[in-house]
Design a protein around this ligand. Sequence first.
Ligand code: PEP
Ligand code: MG
Length: 320
Amino acid sequence: RKQQLLTLKDLPTETLDGHSVSLLANVGSLNEISHLADVGAEGIGLFRTEFMLMNTSTLPDEKTQYHFYCDALHLMEGKTFTIRTLDVGADKELPCLTPLIEDNPALGIRGIRYSLANPELFNTQVKAILRAANHGAIRLMFPMINQVEELEALFGFIEECKLELIEEEKGFGELSYGIVVETPAAVLNLSSMLPLLDFISIGTNDLTQYTMAADRTNPSLTKTYPSLSPAVLQLIKTAIDHARENNIKVSLCGELASDPKVAPLLVGMGIDELSVNLSSLLEVKSGLRDISYQTCLTLAKHALKIKRIEELYLYINGFK
Ligand code: PEP
Ligand code: MG
C-alpha cells in the first residue's frame, strides 16, 4: 500500500473531474520541512513555531530565529510557507518559559494572549519573521484569535516592529496575514475580522475543544466528543461561507483533514486548502483523487443535514 501511495507523490491533488485542492503539510521542525518532497507536499499550511522551542532551555535571540526562518525558506524553494506565531500555554508548555499558574490554562493566557502579554518575546519572533520575509514569501498566522480588537493590537504591534527594523537599518519584507479559526467566537466574529486578513485556517482540534467544552487531552472525552460532529461541522460551514463571501482563501489545518474519508467532505463544503501531517498526506491525496467534486458536493449537502455523531461517521465511512 505504501508503495502504491508513493506513486501519487508527484501527481496533482485533484478530484476525478479536475477540481484542484492545495494539499499542504503541518510541520514542526526543519527536519520535517526537508521531508516535504518525499510525500509531494505543495507547501506548508501550518508551521508550529513553538515546537522549535520544545528542546531548548533558553530562548533563541532574533538573529538565531532569523537564520532559522531563512533556512526554512531555503528548504521551501518558493513553495507556500505558513508560519504560525508561538502558540504557548495550555497543552503546549515550553521548558524555556516559566509556566503560568492558572486555574484553567486552556481558558487562560495562551496562544496570541501569551504573545501579546509578553511583548519582548513576541517582538523577537515578529522581527525575525519580517526580516526573513525579505528572502521569500511568508504567510503569517496567529493562534487563538477571538475578536477584531486582538487583530488591531497585533497589527499595531507589527507596525512598531517594522519601525524598529527601519531604525536598525535591517531589511524586511511584507507578509500576508491570517488567523487560526479555532474558537466559536472567532467563527462568529469573522465578518469584522476578514477585512483585515488575507486568509484563514480552521483549527479543528481547538475548535472542537472549545465548542464542546471538552479538554482535547483528556482521552475519556474523545469518544463522546470526536472531531467530527454536527455542531463543529456547522461552525466550519459558517466560517467557510463567510470567507468565500469576502473572497478570502480558506484553509483547514486541524487533524480532521487528515482523515481521507473526511477530506472530500471538507472540499465539498468549500475548503480551498487542506494542511495535514506528513504521514497522512498521501492517503488524503488518494482519497481526493478517487472521488469527483460532484460527489464531494453531495457528501457535504447530506452530511450537513445529519444530526447525530454516529450517523455522521456511518455516512462518511460508508460512502463510496
Ligand atoms: C488546531 O487547534 O486545530 C491546530 C491546528 O493547532 P494545534 O493542534 O497546534 O493547537
Ligand atoms: Mg490550536
